[in-house]
Design a protein around this ligand. Structure first.
Ligand SMILES: NC(=O)C1=CN([C@@H]2O[C@H](COP(=O)(O)OP(=O)(O)OC[C@H]3O[C@@H](n4cnc5c(N)ncnc54)[C@H](O)[C@@H]3O)[C@@H](O)[C@H]2O)C=CC1
Ligand SMILES: N[C@@H](CC=O)C(=O)O
Ligand code: NA
Length: 434
């Protein structure tokens, strides 16, 4: 057997500790498959004395990540620290500039700086691998970047955040409270260090922007993702969706569109109503699912654990195995200079049904005001239900589902109602799919 792949590991939290446990448990099998052992040489984290339930004595300890990246007994650096900038980015730049291979689970960093880091990797002739960053343990980067590499990918969509999916499916199953379920997701190791990234849709948007670049050969454009999270969703919306034969899921979607004679890119993360017979409706708990539509392969569905120590470690180590085997391709499938910069698509002409929930004062004329706004904007109402608001006396919830129509019409209707003193809070709008 040839020389080991020597690894420096930064970050020993949920994922970092998972990687050590996985390498210890499956080391022989991995060495056989990789053609050589994967050997952790040195580690770095904030607190040396913390009990992580793993034996760190075989590994050198570095207090400083710059020193970790500079070690000359290391071939590959694994970044499991997190954060788009700061120490994680410095480590990544140092490692790649120093000619080390880099594996990361950090979607925030890849979404913000992936192009720069891919450029350095390309210039230095080393790998930048990030399978764990998108949909945790699901081999979706490999699936799209390698398995479907012969196809033109026409659309990708799916459930990309385990924390949100766990919260929504728990709220739906047990009627549990949002804050309580979020706390459980944090304790289970699914949530980001700052869980607002999860619940506000930012984490899913990081992943979507990466998937879009890989799928469509476009430059990563996180800033162009239209993002809404799940913080406005109430038990009443979940009950309403159920009555309509749907569940609520946070879904990311990206697809190129021809607009005004040029190729543009639509990217959105938002909660949507998913029909109960749609494959995404059955995706529960921290599970993720990604659908990719290729022009020859057809529809591919990747599904599995999107968060948690074991699944995420599985993806990190798979990347290390690729590096050990020497089978490494361009981080975004194409050379960085070939990734196209495209403008964001205007979503106005997209056709869908829409669920709209209004919290309104319980007084005469309010419903007439809302339906007039719909009529004037050309939004055709399919159903309308009014029921008492369980939390705030005096207000009622009005849920409207529109017939299929352009988004621009719904946007115009809601713009008319903006600032109306009949509305106690801004309306919640969700597209209906399936
Ligand atoms: N937890 C999960 O299910 C998944 C996490 N990820 C990503 O993996 C990365 C790590 O996530 P977790 O393990 O959950 O985070 P964590 O918060 O559990 O662990 C972070 C580790 O980095 C260390 N660290 C932080 N700042 C440091 C600094 N300045 N110097 C030295 N060490 C420092 C901490 O001491 C800790 O050991 C993040 O980028 C996250 O987005 C990706 C997929 C799934
Ligand atoms: N916080 C993320 C972790 C994996 O990427 C999630 O909940 O999906
Ligand atoms: Na993955």
């Amino acid at each position: 057997m040839t020389a080991p792949l020597r690894i420096a590991l930064a970050g020993l939290g949920t994922v970092g500790a998972g990687v050590i446990r996985l390498l210890e448990a499956n080391g022989e099998l991995i060495a056989a498959r990789a053609g050589r052992p994967l050997q952790v040489v040195a580690v770095c984290a904030r607190d040396r004395s913390k009990d992580r339930g793993i034996d760190l004595s075989p590994y050198a300890w570095e207090d400083d990540m710059t020193a970790l990246a500079a070690r000359d007994d290391v071939d590959a650096v694994v970044e499991l620290v997190g954060g788009s900038d700061g120490p994680a980015l410095a480590l990544a730049r140092n490692a790649l500039n120093g000619g080390k291979q880099l594996v990361t689970a950090n979607k925030a960093m890849i979404a913000h700086h992936g192009m720069e880091l891919a450029g350095i990797a390309e210039a230095k002739g080393v790998a930048l691998k990030y399978e764990a960053a998108v949909a945790g343990g699901i081999p979706v980067i490999k699936g799209i970047g390698e398995g479907a590499a012969a196809n033109r990918i026409e659309r990708i969509f799916g459930i990309l955040n385990g924390t949100c999916n766990y919260i929504l499916s728990e709220m739906e199953g047990s009627g549990a409270d949002f804050a309580d379920v979020l706390k459980d997701a944090q304790e289970l190791g699914y949530a980001e260090a700052d869980p607002t990234f999860d619940v506000e849709g930012v984490d899913a948007a990081h992943k979507l922007a990466i998937l879009a670049a890989l799928s469509f050969g476009t430059a990563v454009d996180f800033g162009a993702v239209d993002i809404s999270g799940i913080t406005m969703i109430r038990a009443a919306d979940i009950a309403q969706a159920d009555a309509l034969g749907h569940v609520i899921r946070l879904v990311g979607i990206a697809e190129p569109q021809e607009q005004e004679g040029e190729r543009r890119l639509f990217q959105r993360v938002a909660p949507v109503l998913v029909a109960k017979d749609h494959p995404l409706a059955a995706v529960d708990g921290p599970t993720n699912a990604v659908v990719a539509e290729g022009n020859f392969v057809g529809r591919l569905l990747f599904q599995g654990a999107g968060a948690g120590d074991g699944p995420t470690a599985s993806a990190v180590v798979a990347d290390l195995i690729d590096i050990a085997r020497g089978t490494v391709s361009a981080p975004f499938s194409l050379p960085v200079s070939a990734l196209q910069k495209v403008a964001p698509a205007d979503p106005g002409s997209r056709i869908s049904r829409a669920y709209m929930r209004f919290t309104v004062a319980d007084r005469p004329g309010v419903l007439a005001e809302i339906t007039a706004a719909m009529r004037d904007a050309g939004v055709s109402i399919e159903s309308m239900i009014q029921h008492g608001h369980p939390e705030e006396d005096g207000d009622v919830l009005v849920a409207i589902v529109s017939h299929r129509g352009p988004e621009s019409a719904v946007t115009a209707a809601l713009a008319t109602l903006e600032g109306s003193d009949s509305l106690s809070e801004p309306p919640l709008v969700m597209r209906v799919i399936g």
